[in-house]
Design a protein around this ligand. Structure first.
Ligand code: RRO
Length: 313
């Protein structure tokens, strides 16, 4: 008997994704051609590396290491600045359109007004969605405390960006807080169309025991990969109980089973980041196929058949 393959399509803020797997910001999102490559490998949407008002070099090397159970990074927001990013997005749009893979432009700034200005400028390049990165853990010394660490400032940034663009906005939250639900509620109230959770955990530190020195030049960095997945799943689960906007679940997803878990926690889409660093962009096709196989084996024909079922009692 022939069985039809499950329908992996999903709508995120009225933007259609061919499957729920999203390239997380910060991995391979630095050029239009890399974004296209990831899309061709099977991603359902791709996110650019976060871009700010002016060019930044980022931190000195080493900036990323694989510590055995995931990554630790202090890349330090290197980016070409919003004017150059507009050009990258314009080319990426052309390359991605025939593939039907939407583009998410990730932005940051060090002030509320800066976020609004970058959002307004980036909107002219017409990405499908804008991700507001208020949660980078690696630049507090230069840019100040992340806005994601308290509900009032997270809401201020969200409201300012809301007023600056008509594009759908996704606010990326930090796990490094005592009450992520309060922050999720605040950004929803301020006009977020979706929430991405989570950014990296920490900061953490890895020391080279032969030299006795921290390995990252920045000494500390954000921890990602399989070790943080249970924290990400808990954050997504808790946020989904509290808000009505869709959630992009990010954190340690590296196989179809992990994507299923995020969806069961209530995520509408699933970010993949560190797994791409280890396995290359081909991980998207693998995770997508594993997700489809799992659904077939369990008799599910669409993602909504099991999204959020971990909440059922
Ligand atoms: O560039 C970085 O160091 C960085 C960013 Br913008 C972020 O959002 N999360 C992270 O772990 N690293």
């Amino acid at each position: 008997m022939r069985t039809t393959s499950p329908d992996l399509r999903v709508d995120l803020c009225r933007v259609r994704l061919p499957n729920p797997l999203v390239l997380a910001s910060g991995i391979l999102g630095t050029s239009a051609q890399l974004l296209e490559r990831v899309a061709r490998c099977g991603a359902g949407a791709v996110t650019t590396k976060s871009c700010g008002p002016v060019p930044r070099t980022g931190h000195p090397n080493p900036t990323v290491i694989d510590w055995g159970h995931g990554l630790i990074n202090a890349v330090g927001l290197p980016n070409p600045g919003v004017e150059a990013e507009v050009e990258i997005i314009a080319v990426a749009r052309e390359l991605l359109a025939p593939l039907g893979v939407p583009l998410i432009a990730s932005i940051f700034a060090d002030t509320v007004a800066g976020f609004a200005a970058v959002a307004e400028r980036i909107s002219a390049a017409r990405p499908d969605l804008i991700e507001i990165n208020i949660s980078c853990p690696n630049v507090a010394a230069e840019l100040g405390r992340p806005f994601a660490l308290d509900a009032v400032s997270a809401a201020q940034v969200t409201a300012a960006v809301r007023a600056a663009t008509e594009l759908p906005i996704i606010v990326k939250l930090s796990p490094n807080v005592t009450d992520i639900v309060a922050i999720a509620r605040a950004v929803e109230g301020a006009g977020a169309d979706a929430i991405a959770a989570i950014n990296t955990l920490g900061p953490g530190m890895v020391i080279d025991v032969e030299s006795g020195r921290p390995i990252l030049a920045n000494r500390v960095g954000g921890v990602s990969g399989p070790a943080i997945r249970p924290i990400a799943v808990r954050c997504v689960y808790d946020i989904c109980t509290a808000v009505n906007v869709p959630v992009v679940g990010i954190g340690g997803v590296s196989c179809g089973r992990d994507a299923v878990e995020m969806l069961m926690a209530g995520a509408t889409a699933v970010g993949v980041g560190s797994a791409v660093y280890r396995g290359g962009p081909e991980v998207f096709g693998r995770i997508r196929d594993e997700l489809a196989e799992w659904m077939s084996a369990h008799g599910y024909t669409s993602l909504s058949d099991f999204r959020g079922i971990a909440h059922e009692r």
